[in-house]
Design a protein around this ligand. Structure first.
Ligand SMILES: C[S@@+](CC[C@H](N)C(=O)[O-])C[C@H]1O[C@@H](n2cnc3c(N)ncnc32)[C@H](O)[C@@H]1O
Length: 469
């Protein structure tokens, strides 16, 4: 911060105020209760620094001034620009980039598993609440060179963690390590944790509590070769799960992936969205949430940014209020979801209720071929069939994929058809020429979202190609 605090003149202001709950400090080494009223002091040059208990007015000494400066530096983290990395699952970064730009941010770089931009932790709050395709929103604290775990420790024990982590508090450490000296990432996590604990114990005289549950503050280490970077993970549990789904069903899609695949389609968010083989309903539910501009932040109550020193709940509540106001009504929105399993439809309906979109989706139990496809205006038909991960399943599925092709030809004229599959050989059995093959990835499988332009009766120009997709 570069402030010469020994030269500052301290004088108390007349007005005492109650600060937001996360604003706190210590007086003469004693930690103040967060709910105690605090006063504002003018510390010269027109700057205002926030501290302390009204009873401490006459007792301000160098020690308390130093505490103020810590607090100021901590508060500025929420409002000072720094590098932000937003991670996502492989191949969904283009859709994440689109979302981030739509929120008004400038994306500096897009890479395979995320995007980079500049912003504050208050910006991170907004990003956490709004993004459908993200996994983690990371705010960079420090970059350094490290060849060994001891280098990591030495760099981090010198970092002022007392400005970041509240006392008392709980934190956990996660890491992404690609370094030849580390074959067990748990060891890297442990060195990070040791450094933070040792620093805090030295500064505060107490040991913070730590653990692997991502329910409090989270510190993340990225270490590739000799380059290390340490972040505040402002998300905690992954954002890729959107929180509403209670019953997973058979081979459910991850919500962030489902959202990204929908953003990859040509859907205008108004025309019919037909989703046979809906399983637990993820795709239909995400479609309803996208059409109504309902953001994932509305379903989740805990984020790691809430457990950092200086957290201002008012910023979060204001963003929640904005999200609530932004929800739009789409008159005549038609989302149809079917599955031949009645259990799947029971789960999908419950999940849609949890997401608050049950009244926007028409569910029914039927073979995919019997799904109602509204005629006239065109729309989107989106299917995620099984792709036969077990031996012997494939021959049965070949018939299903061929039937999917026939269904699209016969019933989906005027629509764009999308088939999301992890089996490119089976996809060939659809027998129609794909207009686009958009690359995706589930946790382990290379997948494609096949796009078919399905002309109506008057323009039946589709090609039959059994060996080409
Ligand atoms: C891979 S799962 C879909 C998962 C879904 N995307 C989700 O996120 O939950 C495939 C679904 O297709 C359904 N299914 C398979 N064959 C079907 C058929 N002939 N007609 C209708 N549904 C079928 C299964 O019951 C299963 O729920």
């Amino acid at each position: 911060m570069g402030l010469a605090y020994s030269k500052l003149v301290i004088k108390a202001e007349s007005q005492y105020i109650r600060q937001p709950s996360a604003m706190w400090g210590s007086k003469n080494g004693k930690v103040l209760d967060r709910s105690e009223p605090h006063a504002i002091f003018d510390v010269g040059k027109g700057s205002k620094y926030v501290l302390f208990d009204s009873k401490g007015v006459g007792l301000v000494n160098t020690h308390t001034i130093r505490c103020k400066l810590y607090l100021y530096s901590n508060m500025s983290l929420y409002t000072t620009n720094g590098p932000i990395t937003i991670t996502c699952h492989k191949r969904i970064a283009p859709y994440l980039e689109q979302e981030v730009k739509e929120l008004g941010f400038t994306v500096e770089e897009t890479f395979v598993t995320g995007v980079r931009l500049i912003g504050t932790i208050n910006d991170c709050i907004r990003l956490n609440l709004n993004l459908r395709c993200a996994s983690q929103v990371l705010y960079s604290l420090k970059k350094f060179e490290a060849n060994t775990p001891d280098d990591v420790y030495n760099n981090l024990v010198a970092y002022p963690w007392e400005n970041i982590l509240p006392d008392p508090g709980y934190f956990s450490v996660t890491s992404n390590v690609l370094n030849p000296t580390i074959n067990n990432t748990m060891f890297a996590n442990l060195r990070v944790k040791d450094a933070i604990v040792d620093r805090l114990r030295e500064k505060r005289g107490t040991r913070p509590s730590t653990g692997s549950e991502l329910t409090g503050a989270v510190i993340h280490l990225f270490w590739k070769n000799e380059q290390a970077e340490v972040f505040v993970d402002t998300s905690g549990d992954s954002l890729a799960r959107h929180g509403y789904r209670k019953i997973p069903g058979r081979a459910p899609m991850l919500e962030a992936l489902a959202a990204a695949t929908i953003l990859a389609t040509r859907w205008d968010r108004v025309s019919p969205f037909v989703n046979p083989m809906c399983g637990s309903g993820t795709v239909a539910i995400e479609a309803a949430l996208i059409a109504t501009n309902t953001r994932p932040g509305l379903f989740r109550l805990n984020y790691a940014f809430m457990h950092l020193q200086g957290y201002d709940e008012a910023v979060y509540l204001k963003e929640m209020e904005t999200l609530d106001k932004q929800i739009i009504d789409v008159p005549g929105l038609c989302i149809i979801a079917t599955d031949y399993s009645d259990m799947a439809i029971v789960s999908a309906r419950k999940n849609a209720v949890a997401a608050g979109v049950a009244d926007l989706i028409k569910f029914s139990v039927c073979d995919f071929e019997d799904t109602e496809v509204p005629q006239g205006a065109g729309g989107i038909m989106f299917m995620n069939p099984e792709y036969g991960e077990r031996l012997g399943e494939e021959s049965e599925l070949e018939v299903t994929y061929k039937r999917i092709g026939d269904f699209m030809k016969k019933k989906c004229g005027g629509y764009f058809g999308y088939i999301f599959t992890g089996n490119l050989e089976l996809a060939k059995k659809i027998g129609l020429k794909a207009k686009r093959r958009i690359e995706f990835y589930t946790s382990i499988i290379d997948c494609r979202l096949m796009e078919y332009e399905l002309y109506d009766g008057s323009r039946r120009t589709m090609h039959h190609q059994d060996d080409k997709v």
